[in-house]
Design a protein around this ligand. Structure first.
Ligand code: SF4
Length: 260
């Protein structure tokens, strides 16, 4: 068995951040928070500051809550049962099954956007959410959970790519219904992500800038809009910053903003 906490942290990071940006930050995070107990014992603001730069900072809040729940309910050990993992804050079917497959080598099907795309194309039709997960779970050969999931994730990322899949050299083309002919059934199929919204100029960009600034020091209300990159739009800055408070990523007394 590998360390479930290490894998859980990696999978939460990898859900919305590219692998080359995760590797170094994952080691650093685990150096600072090697166990759920250490993470749960730290102020959530410290965990957010450590996370800053990876994007989607709400994941840091959820990870901190997950660590606290693991301490409360499971004696500080990340559980090894699907039902317990799915009950942790912010842990969905992907991260829960990735922990079981890659830490415990259990026979569960890990579904990220790449695997969901492969399954839809092989089926030749759009799949519903429950269908794609059931199909992935049922496809794992007994006793091969670790290797099977690694292979499927690789296949989707490198062969059955969103654009220009290399069906001619695909090792599983036999039995694939679509094989690159006609409308792509993966478009709109469950678990297959569409194009990401543009980051530049988005609310997400302003949120990221504010969290990065707060990781250094509190920000006064008069500097808020400038810090978020919208010096001419204080209303937008206040609105977006308020959502950060609602998400547990910041606190304010009206005069200044800081990490919780
Ligand atoms: Fe994907 Fe083509 Fe392989 Fe089918 S044959 S799984 S569409 S790469």
């Amino acid at each position: 068995m590998r360390d479930r906490w290490s894998i859980l942290v990696a999978e939460v990071m990898l859900q919305q951040t590219q692998v080359d940006r995760v590797a170094e930050r994952w080691s650093r995070f685990l150096g600072r928070y090697p166990t759920p107990s250490v993470c749960a014992g730290a102020p959530v603001g410290d965990v957010i500051a450590e996370w800053s730069g990876l994007g989607y900072n709400r994941r840091a809040v959820y990870l901190h809550r997950t660590a606290a729940t693991v301490v409360d309910r499971h004696g500080g050990e990340v559980p090894g049962r699907l039902v317990d993992l799915l009950a942790l804050p912010g842990i969905g079917p992907y991260a829960a099954r990735a922990v079981l497959a890659f830490a415990d080598e259990q026979d569960v099907g890990v579904v990220d956007t790449n695997v969901a795309r492969v399954l839809a194309r092989r089926s030749g039709r759009r799949l519903r959410p429950a269908e794609v997960q059931a199909m992935a779970d049922a496809s794992v050969p007994t006793g091969s959970g670790w290797a099977w999931n690694q292979t499927m994730l690789d296949l989707g990322a490198t062969v059955c790519r969103a654009r220009n899949p290399t069906c001619g050299s695909c090792p599983v083309s036999t039995g694939c219904v679509w094989r690159g002919q006609g409308d792509d059934p993966a478009v709109g199929s469950a678990g297959v992500s569409g194009r990401q919204a543009t980051f530049e100029g988005s609310d997400r960009q302003g949120r990221g800038r504010l969290v990065a600034a707060l990781a250094e020091s509190p920000v006064t209300a008069v500097r808020l809009a400038e810090t978020m990159g919208w010096p001419d739009d204080p209303e937008r800055a206040a609105r977006v910053a308020s959502r950060l408070v609602a998400d547990g990523l910041a606190v304010t007394d009206g005069r200044r903003w800081l990490l919780p």
